[in-house]
Design a protein around this ligand. Structure first.
Ligand code: C2E
Ligand code: CA
Ligand code: CA
Length: 389
């Protein structure tokens, strides 16, 4: 990004650039002129600073989507260089995840700094409360940073392990495939379940590297997994996060990984949730279609927990529907869950999709699902996730 490629804007004297509360999506450098930054509190509007040529303002908006916390207006004719948020976001996306996370932590502290927001004359009690919550926030931020650092170390020192859980054909309970589920063997904390660190990896962007690791590991293990099933179309399912799917080069990366391990594409099933399809429909369609063209299989994970109906999703080339454990587990005690399970299976079949029910823990649930025509089952009844020994 160079200065001469950025937009310049001319402002007359006393012109408002932005107002407190506005959605901020850019920062400005003053090329010529003068800008005053104003903040309103209980006693009215107050000038925070008067900025001259060469100075930068509005920069916090480049990193997060919070509204402006101050107003800006010119005090004379001025030329401002505008830096759009999306330009910086692209650079950030490509930068080191720890650096990115550090910036977020600094920003979080800035946003929660009581000196910034507390009006004059607020009670001592309120200030104490703010101080306590600021400390708590800083503690949480530091912990997050330590964990983000831990994830990078874990990747370099092989602390992650892949566990595999069988997915069975409900016709005869034979093993048809496996779902790959990541585990973190932390040197001091012991085993950390995926839900406790994946959210942070999502935030920092480390999920991309983790995702490549999971794909690599599942492809490497495919030859052994293959030997554990007699099914005519055996598969291993790998979970893909939304960010991974829309990141650079996913299609090329997956292609290269399976080629390296001589794995046929139809044996790799990629599990995704509806989030991407709802939030970035065109991009999702493009990527999913390319994956299908290359011969990979796709599964829609956690079906029923999201916000969109299957009728919305049927435009996508997805062959398998995974019914969430939240409906499967209580289906024999809750009429409503049973109805959701029954109608989802019927709808999926109408759309030509096969169905996997997750979280089957009892034979009764398994039998009821088989009765409803569900194709595959996964759950403790058939086996817990285990490492390959
Ligand atoms: P998920 O994709 O819905 O995976 C199924 C989860 O249900 C797994 O939890 C599995 O251990 C658990 N489960 C399976 N059968 C039963 C059962 O009968 N009863 C009960 N109570 N639980 C059962 P896990 O391994 O803790 O994974 C949690 C979530 O973390 C996964 O949910 C998935 O969203 C995510 N995840 C796991 N591994 C990966 C990975 O490698 N990459 C990504 N992006 N996400 C992953
Ligand atoms: Ca899954
Ligand atoms: Ca699931």
């Amino acid at each position: 990004m160079t200065l001469d490629k950025l937009d310049r804007k001319h402002f007359g004297k006393d012109q408002t650039i932005f107002t407190e509360g506005d959605a901020g999506n850019c920062a400005y450098i003053i090329e010529s002129g003068e800008v005053e930054i104003m903040h309103s509190n209980a006693s009215g509007e107050q000038r925070l600073s008067l900025l001259q040529a060469g100075e930068l303002f509005g920069e916090v908006a480049l990193l997060d989507l919070h509204p402006r916390t101050a107003s800006a207006r010119t005090t004379q004719d001025s030329v401002l260089i505008q830096i759009e948020r999306h330009l910086v976001q692209e650079l950030l996306e490509r930068s080191d995840p720890i650096l990115r996370h550090l910036l977020q932590v600094i920003l979080e502290r800035f946003r929660n700094n009581p000196a910034h927001d507390v009006p004059h004359g607020s009670s001592a009690r309120q200030t104490q409360d703010n101080e306590a919550s600021r400390r708590e926030l800083q503690g949480a931020a530091t912990q997050k940073l330590a964990m983000a650092h831990g994830i990078t170390r874990a990747l370099n020192q092989n602390e992650f392990e892949m566990y595999y859980q069988p997915i069975c054909d409900l016709k005869d309970d034979s093993v048809a495939g496996f779902e790959a589920l990541i585990r973190w063997h932390h040197p001091t904390e012991g085993m950390i379940p995926p839900m406790d660190f994946l959210w942070l990896a999502e935030q920092t962007g480390q999920i991309r590297q983790l995702g490549l690791w999971t794909l690599e590991r599942a492809s490497r293990d495919w030859a052994r997994l293959r030997g554990m099933t007699q099914h005519p179309q055996p598969f291993v399912s790998v979970n893909l996060s939304a960010r991974q799917l829309t990141g650079d080069n996913l299609v090329e990366d997956v292609k290269a990984i399976i080629a390296r391990h001589k794995m046929p594409p139809e044996s790799l099933k990629l599990e995704l949730t509806e989030t991407v399809m709802v939030e970035q429909p065109a991009l999702a369609m493009n990527i999913l279609s390319r994956l299908i063209e290359l011969g990979f299989q796709l599964a829609l994970d956690d079906y029923g927990t999201g916000y969109s109906g299957l009728d919305n999703l049927q435009r996508y080339p997805i062959g398998t529907l995974k019914l969430d454990r939240a409906f499967v587990a209580p289906m024999l005690t809750s009429k409503q869950s049973l109805e959701i399970v029954r109608s989802s299976i019927a709808l999926a079949h109408t759309l030509g999709m096969s169905v996997v029910a997750e979280g089957i823990e009892t034979r009764e649930t398994r039998d009821a699902l088989a009765e409803l025509g569900c194709d595959y089952g996964q759950g403790w009844l058939f086996g817990k996730p285990l490492p390959l020994v």
